[in-house]
Design a protein around this ligand. Structure first.
Ligand code: SAM
Ligand code: SF4
Length: 322
C-alpha cells in the first residue's frame, strides 16, 4: 500500500479558497433502526449489504486520506451501529496513526458497545436525542425507546468517551423541550448541541413550518439562565455557550448562520463515493481505486468544495450520511 506522508507539505489538502481540508465523515450504511421524520421516509429502502464497502476497503481509503492530512474522522450513517461489521470498522479506523475518531449515533445500541468502543480507541460519541419525553421521542423517531438511548449515553460517558448530545429543534414537535434540554445538560454535565433543521430531503416538506433559528433558541435560553460565550476552533460547526446554571450548549446554525466559509470536511459514502459537501450530490468513486491514483481524485473532489452555502438538497439525510 503506497501512502503519501503528511510530512510532505505537497500532500496536505488545501482547496482553491485556501482552506485546509482535514476532516472526513464516513458513512457506514444508509440503513437505520429508527425512522426520524426529518431524516428519512417511513418506508425507506436501504442499500443491500453487498453494495457497501467492506471494512478493509473503508480502512484502506481512510489510510490514504490520512496520508493526505486528514486528522479527524467521524463515523456516521444511517445508523453506523446497525452495520454488522461496525466494531471491526471502528477498530480498523482507530488503528490509523494521527487520526482522532468519533462516532455519530442514535444511541439506541450504544450501551452494549460502549466499553468495546473505548477500548478500540474511539474518542467520542455524538448521540442524537430529540426528546426527553418517551412518547414524544417515539413520535419523532417513529419508534425506538428513550430509556435505551439514555442508558447508551451514560454507558458511553462511564466508559470514558467524550459524549455530546445532538438535538434538532423543531417548532411544534420538540421546541417546548428546549429548557428541559438545558436542565439535562446542567444536571448531567453533558454538552447539548442544538441543530437547526436543515433543508435536506424529508425536511423540505415541512421546513418553513418547523424551522427554529438559533437566535430564537438563545433568546429563550437566556431567560432560563444567562449564557456566556466559549471560544471554538475556526473550522468548528457549532458556536458554544455556558449557562450560569452550568449547562454546556452548542448551536449548529447551518441555515441562519452557515459555517461553509470555514468548512474543512470531505464525506465518504457507504458505497465509496467521496463528496465535497453535504449539499452536493455528485462525488467521485474511490472504491477499488489503486492507492497511487487516490490523491489526484481526492484533489479533484477538494476543488469542488463550494465556499458558500448551497440552499438545499433533495436526497434524504440518511442516504447522504449525516
Ligand atoms: N443515525 C445517527 C444519528 O442519528 O446520530 C447518524 C446519522 S444522522 C443522519 C446524523 C445527524 O443528522 C443526526 O444528529 C440527525 O439528527 C441529523 N439530521 C438528519 N436530518 C437532518 C435535517 N434535515 N436537519 C438537521 N439535522 C438533521
Ligand atoms: Fe436514523 Fe439518525 Fe436518521 Fe434518525 S437521524 S432516522 S437515527 S439516521
Amino acid at each position: 500500500m503506497v501512502i503519501a506522508t503528511r510530512s510532505n507539505p505537497a500532500e496536505v489538502l488545501v482547496d482553491k479558497h485556501g482552506r485546509r481540508i482535514r476532516k472526513l465523515r464516513i458513512s457506514l450504511t444508509d440503513a437505520c433502526n429508527l425512522r426520524c421524520r426529518y431524516c428519512m421516509p417511513e418506508h425507506a429502502v436501504f442499500s443491500s449489504g453487498e453494495s457497501l464497502m467492506p471494512p478493509s476497503e473503508i480502512e484502506r481509503i481512510a489510510r490514504n486520506l490520512a496520508g493526505l492530512g486528514i486528522d479527524s474522522i467521524r463515523l456516521t450513517g444511517g445508523e453506523p451501529v446497525v452495520r454488522s461489521e461496525f466494531l471491526e470498522v471502528v477498530e480498523r479506523v482507530c488503528s490509523i496513526p494521527g487520526v482522532r475518531v468519533g462516532l455519530t449515533t442514535n444511541g439506541f445500541k450504544l450501551a452494549g458497545n460502549a466499553s468495546a468502543l473505548a477500548k478500540a480507541g474511539l474518542g467520542g460519541a455524538n448521540v442524537s436525542l430529540d426528546s426527553l419525553d418517551p412518547d414524544n421521542f417515539r413520535r419523532i423517531a417513529r419508534g425506538g425507546d428513550l430509556g435505551s438511548v439514555l442508558e447508551g449515553i451514560f454507558a458511553a460517558r462511564d466508559a470514558g468517551l467524550r459524549v455530546k448530545i445532538n438535538t434538532v429543534l423543531m417548532r411544534g414537535w420538540n421546541d417546548h423541550e428546549l429548557e428541559a434540554f438545558h436542565d439535562f445538560s446542567a444536571e448531567h454535565g453533558l454538552e447539548v448541541r442544538f441543530l437547526e433543521l436543515m433543508r435536506i430531503g424529508e425536511a423540505l416538506a415541512f421546513f418553513q413550518e418547523r424551522f427554529v433559528p438559533a437566535s430564537e433558541m438563545i433568546e429563550r435560553l437566556q431567560r432560563r439562565s444567562p449564557l456566556r460565550e466559549v471560544p471554538v476552533d475556526a473550522d468548528a460547526t457549532a458556536f458554544e455557550r455556558i449557562s450560569d446554571a452550568g449547562a454546556r450548549l452548542g448551536f449548529i446554525a447551518s441555515e441562519s448562520r452557515p459555517f461553509c466559509g470555514g468548512c474543512s470536511r470531505l464525506r465518504l459514502s457507504a458505497k465509496g463515493s467521496l463528496r465535497a459537501c453535504l449539499f452536493k450530490e455528485d462525488g467521485l468513486d474511490l472504491r477499488g481505486v489503486p492507492d497511487e491514483a487516490i490523491p489526484d481524485l481526492v484533489r479533484k473532489v477538494v476543488d469542488l468544495k463550494p465556499i458558500g452555502r448551497i440552499p438545499s438538497i433533495s436526497q434524504p439525510m440518511h442516504a447522504i450520511g449525516g
